[in-house]
Design a protein around this ligand. Sequence first.
Ligand code: PSU
Ligand code: MN
Length: 309
Amino acid sequence: MIEIAPEVSAARAVVALESTIVAHGMPYPRNLETARAVEAAVREAGAVPAPIAVIEGRLRVGLDAASLERLARGGAGVAKLSRADLAWALAAGRDGATTVAATMIAAERAGIRVFATGGIGGVHRGVAETWDVSADLEELARTPVIVVSAGAKAILDLPKTLEVLETKGVPVIGFGTDEFPAFWSRSSGLRAPLRLDRPEDVARLWAMQRALGLSAGILVANPIPPSHEIPREEIEPAIAAALEKARGTEGKRVTPALLEAVLEATGGRSLEANIALVLNNARLAAEIAVALAARGEGAVTSGRSSPDS
Ligand code: PSU
Ligand code: MN
């Protein structure tokens, strides 16, 4: 059911990569270029990249160039998959891009401990009306994978997102910062619940979580490089415009619609920021994967399958 690329199976320092950001998060061809650059960044830092997606009903961990291209050209034929519909895509023989939640599930089943993305989904603004809370939060609560992100997008309700993560027992780490980063901006005005400064510290935390038998993941919030950040005061009006424009959008389309609208409102600057932060996260995730491998806690992918927790 899971097809793991031989190079991934053989490696101990492995970084899982999601595919929703490729198929639904960025326009073609920048999405494809970025996906390739992210893989290169992981390799440069001494780890093996494992992009994850569903191709013709097969859950693939490690993708060939043709599959990546197919996802990047995507369009309506590529489903956006989370916990609720991952099995459906396999059963129906569909193509699908995996969100943070679905990528975590696949990574855990494949024995991979670290995963790099841009930003996680969270509690949406206006949640009292819509009840829109990303399944990414629940997944972080139940699936032991280290997720390296640039925090959560400021299109979300960040205080409520942090509250939910705390309630569900997810360690949220400001990496090298006391503040919880807000994706395009380094600053959110909110404190990061915990702080660590070195990849080895994250590896040690991972080992402690496991030793205690805690099944939650770990969210590492890595601020965007200063060179590419869009300060909060500048991104806020674009977010306001995007929320207005995306009004009426429902379900899975909400996050992609908001991202597209922010891209438009910033004249493409948000895309450059997005690319820079994803590369930055890929590098850090690779360093964490290397640190885990050095502790003997690296990926163990061969012949592994585990029940749902
Ligand atoms: N952040 C981005 N681009 C994206 C996403 C996050 O910069 O495309 C995707 C991730 O795959 C995340 C998903 O898991 O959006 C969350 O979607 P939802 O809010 O529908 O759970
Ligand atoms: Mn949602």
